[in-house]
Design a protein around this ligand. Structure first.
Ligand code: FMN
Length: 153
């Protein structure tokens, strides 16, 4: 399955998760390109699966990331999306319900999987010391494994 893993990041969490997901899917036999949307604007037409990940700041998902959701061919692709956020440290489902699902509904998209992963919190914003380094690549590895299994069945 030709797969694009594309991400937009400001603090680096989404990059860590995207590269974990890309590595996991490669390990499962997928043909994967990993693209930083700040550096390149990928042509999605040649892909079967698009995995798109972003962060959020000040209650707003990164605006430039949304461009990939607006691509004219996106609805013809299998799509999986993920969000890195502070909210997901304590409540991953809340981050999906508040931000990611409403965006999917607005664009009329039905992703096969939605991931919500804990992000990086700057020291002065962290409510607890353990929140500062909450990035857990193993969560994304497991999510990608489940995604691969879902696509195979
Ligand atoms: C200035 C700033 C504002 C943030 N605002 C939010 C927010 O509104 N909601 C939230 O859940 N996390 C918030 N966060 C945490 C980010 O979502 C977290 O840093 C995440 O790792 C961002 O993704 P990225 O590392 O891929 O850029 C904020 C972080 C910063 C630095």
């Amino acid at each position: 399955m030709r797969t694009l893993v594309a991400y937009h990041t400001k603090s680096g969490a989404s990059e860590t998760y995207a590269s974990t997901i890309a590595g996991t899917l490669k390990g499962k036999g997928f043909e994967v390109d990993l693209v930083n949307l700040k550096i390149a604007k990928p042509d999605i037409t040649g892909y079967d699966l698009v995995v798109a990940g972003t962060g959020i700041r000040m209650f707003r998902i990164y605006g430039k990331w949304k461009k990939i959701l607006k691509h004219k061919d996106i609805k013809s692709k299998k799509l999986a999306v993920f969000l890195s956020s502070g909210a997901a440290i304590e409540n991953p489902q809340e981050a999906i319900d508040r931000w990611l699902q409403p965006l999917m509904d607005r664009y009329g998209l039905k992703p096969i999987s939605i991931g919500s992963f804990p992000g990086l919190i700057p020291e002065k914003m962290a409510q607890k010391p353990e929140h500062m380094n909450a990035v857990k690549p193993e969560i994304a590895r497991q999510w990608a494994e489940e995604l691969a299994d879902k696509l195979r069945s």
